[in-house]
Design a protein around this ligand. Structure first.
Ligand code: GLC
Length: 418
């Protein structure tokens, strides 16, 4: 289907020297892989001068991060295109590993502002938001008529469901010591009016931070709504508990929604909805911003060809297809008014959009991974009652601040703030 207009864009025969080969180790599991393969096939018909070679990569984000760091640190020109978790962009940009994309004039105002902020470093764009993940509260529509607005309401509803309906758990979230725990905590933190960093100053041990972590701990030991076993759970263990009908509430990402509609696997199909996480007085309902971005290796031999692929995959029509096939949320707000998105997503687009508008990026800093590793340890120590929340957060804050100061990103350092 090579039309006149497409000819002008380069549709036609492959150049004499053969096509430019660009490599792309994106996630290609299950339905996600099928959608991506279809899109790359269409791209190949449009641009025979470019050949995209997919590379298998580990599924788990932290393993993929490690692999990318090995490749890029060694100065490899391959892979050309990188699928990044939203928290890696500043790290890779500051290391000089990925291209500043401003030279390609991307229309940044067509994307949700939070997704653009998370992909900028020193005011320049380094990756294009591909799909957006947000932390949401899943609630059971057969047990209550509206989602709770405050953490106190949530605890009350959850206890009722346990006492009156015999549910095993009130609420489930991701409490294992890994990145997911930081995303959950960041939602409680925002809900209590706190934040992890303020410029180059670590503020996680503020009174709001202590209240947020205490609230999470109280959900386990005081209210008995979150099971202690959740302290080893990731996304999937929480989903299994909720889809088995064992919990009144779950904090999770959008991917779980469509999966739990499958009546063969799920006991709660048709009996849940999503809302923003609750907040406490003085705080704001907060969704952790996650999701995937596409970036280009700074050493790529074919940056123009790589850009053509990135530009193609992030077009509105590909995002709609991704929403249809995988349930992932587009990063372009304009699509949320499209009737096609309503048909594609299991979640009503207006609800999805309202949650995305409460999305807050995790700290946008090149040392995010190290900061998160420190925080994960102390959060987990408090949640397993090895330490009081205030002491655990004070310890985390000291270590995080020392790290920022050491690399010159602390308050007053040359790279403080952005
Ligand atoms: C999801 C999010 C990602 C986050 C991870 C934590 O994959 O998209 O941003 O870091 O969960 O488990």
């Amino acid at each position: 289907m090579c039309l006149g207009l497409l000819l002008a864009l380069g549709c036609g025969r492959a150049p004499a020297g053969g096509p430019a080969v660009v490599t792309f180790p994106g996630s290609a599991l299950g339905a996600e892989g099928q959608v991506l393969r279809r899109q790359l096939e269409r791209f190949a018909a449009l641009r025979p001068d470019i050949r995209v070679v997919q590379r298998p990569t580990p599924d788990a984000a932290d393993q993929r991060h490690q692999l990318y760091v090995q490749w890029l640190n060694a100065g490899a020109s391959d892979p050309d295109i990188l699928q990044l978790d939203v928290v890696w962009t500043p790290e890779f940009a500051a290391a000089g590993w990925i291209l500043n994309l401003d030279r390609f004039h991307p229309a940044t105002n067509a994307f949700f502002p939070a997704t653009v902020t998370a992909n900028q470093w020193h005011g320049r764009l380094y990756a294009v938001p591909w799909f957006v993940d947000v932390g949401m509260l899943y609630w059971r529509t057969d047990l209550m008529s509206a989602p709770p607005a405050t953490f106190a309401d949530l605890a009350r509803e959850a206890s009722h469901a346990q006492a009156d309906r015999g549910l095993r758990y009130g609420l489930v979230w991701q409490g294992a010591r890994y990145e997911g725990l930081v995303t959950v905590f960041s939602e409680y933190l925002g809900g209590f009016g706190g934040r992890i960093l303020d410029g180059g100053t670590v503020t996680v041990s503020s009174p709001a931070g202590v209240r947020a972590l205490t609230a999470m701990r109280d959900e386990i030991y005081r209210d008995g709504i979150v099971p202690q076993s959740a302290l080893t759970w990731h996304e999937e263990e929480s989903r299994f508990a909720f889809q088995n009908g064992e919990a009144a509430f779950m904090r999770n990402w959008p991917y779980a929604y469509a999966l739990m509609e499958d009546t063969a696997a799920s006991r709660v199909a048709g009996r849940y909805a999503v809302a923003t996480m609750p907040a406490a007085p003085g705080g704001r309902p907060t969704a952790a911003l996650g999701g995937a971005q596409l970036a280009i290796n700074a050493r790529s031999d074919h940056p123009e060809a790589a850009w053509a692929v990135v530009e193609y995959l992030t077009r509105p029509e590909q995002m709609l297809e991704r929403a249809r096939g995988v349930g992932q949320f587009p990063t372009r707000p304009a699509l949320y008014a499209e009737p096609e998105l309503a048909r594609a997503l299991a979640i009503p687009p207006a609800q999805a959009r309202a949650i995305i508008e409460h999305a807050v990026p995790r700290p946008v800093t090149p040392v995010y991974t190290q900061l998160s590793e420190i925080l994960q340890i102390d959060l987990h120590r408090a949640l397993t009652r090895q330490q009081e929340p205030a002491a655990a957060l004070a310890h985390a804050a000291r270590e995080m601040q020392a790290l920022l100061d050491r690399v010159g990103l602390g308050e007053g350092g040359p790279g403080a703030g952005r």
